[in-house]
Design a protein around this ligand. Structure first.
Ligand SMILES: [Zn+2]
Length: 335
């Protein structure tokens, strides 16, 4: 099996960590000539104007943040010129707004974007605790974490400041991107399955371990939208724990329905990364085949990025990556 263009583009763009994707499913360049560039999150000017995917516009002349209005109550905030190319989602309620993920950037200020989109009080909750989703967390006053042992066991001071250590956020996959974010004051520990009313919109916080033990997805019950974080996005998914991932994928299929629109946290090369219920079914099917030993993964190795790993085809856009050993020695997904 060939290595996906996404990984090659990601490598060219300096993608060196978990959960990102830089390209589509074929060997062509991404549409619109969009090429990720490895602009580190250090204030370095973006090297050249990148052509954004359809629907996105740059937020300001800095050209770090881009925004797409998905609906009257949902915005996608994109980091196209950061190696991980994260997509963050802002849900607008009448009483408060809910930011799902804080972005990779820890030196660039995501709050200026959020404030331009909503005047509400903003609650932020990370989809999980890898570095590319928590960089902006310390900038927010109201930070929610999922109330599961993996998160509860993080180092915490007497003042309630929670530290996400490098062995959890994995920023050290590439020393060039390694950082230690300041401790975060967690204002609410959300029980798995809790429903939150933000005013005219009900959100269900669903615990979905598999990529990471404290991972959640957010189901907008009002608009039938599922924000999937790194649990699902339309390219290469990084599997940490196969059994957990399958259980999460199966559980979600019992929650959403055929009309649910799913939006992931990476792979926006062709626009806001939208997926369908069928994609979720396909992910479950692929995991079941793996568990039943019906399929064999194809070995992958990418110089400068992944020393070894196995890739499994889910469908025309999604693959599962397991048993990854990154160059530099970090291992990910050994079960
Ligand atoms: Zn990610």
């Amino acid at each position: 099996m060939r290595i996906k263009a996404g990984l090659i583009a990601a490598l060219a763009g300096g993608l060196l960590a978990l959960g990102g994707c830089g390209g589509g499913d074929d060997d062509r360049d991404p549409p619109g000539g969009f090429v990720p560039v490895a602009a580190p999150d250090d204030g370095t000017p973006v090297p050249s104007p990148a052509t954004l995917p359809p629907g996105f516009a740059y937020f300001d002349s800095d050209q770090y943040w881009a925004v797409s209005k998905v609906s009257e109550t949902l915005y996608a905030i994109y980091e196209p010129n950061y190696a991980q190319m994260n997509v963050i989602y802002l849900l607008i309620g009448t009483e408060r707004s809910f930011l799902f993920d804080a972005g990779a950037a820890h030196r660039r200020d995501i709050t200026k974007v959020v404030k331009a989109l909503t005047s509400n009080h903003v609650t932020v909750m990370p989809s999980h605790l890898h570095f590319d989703h928590i960089g902006g967390l310390p900038r927010f006053q109201d930070v929610w974490f999922i109330d599961v042992p993996f998160a509860r066991n993080l180092p915490t001071t007497n003042d309630g400041l929670v530290t996400v250590p490098p062995e959890v956020h994995f920023g050290g996959v590439d020393p060039a991107f390694a950082f230690q974010i300041p401790p975060v004051k967690v204002t609410r520990w959300v029980k798995p399955g809790a429903t939150v009313d933000i005013g005219g919109k009900s959100l269900k916080i669903i615990w979905t371990p598999g990529h990471e033990d404290a991972e959640v997805v957010v189901y907008d019950l009002t608009d039938n939208v599922l924000l999937t974080g790194d649990h699902m996005y339309p390219c290469d998914l990084y599997v940490e724990k196969t059994t957990d991932y399958l259980q999460s994928a199966s559980m979600l299929l019992g929650v959403i329905n055929a009309d649910t629109r799913l939006y992931g946290a990476h792979c926006a090369n062709t626009g806001v990364p939208l997926m369908s219920y069928q994609d979720a079914v396909d992910v479950q099917t692929a995991f079941r085949a793996i568990q039943a030993n019906e399929v064999q993964g194809a070995p992958i190795s990418i110089p400068g990025y992944i020393a070894s790993g196995l890739s499994y085809v889910v469908n025309s856009t999604i693959n599962l990556l397991r048993f990854l050993v990154f160059e530099g020695g970090i291992v990910f997904g050994l079960e």
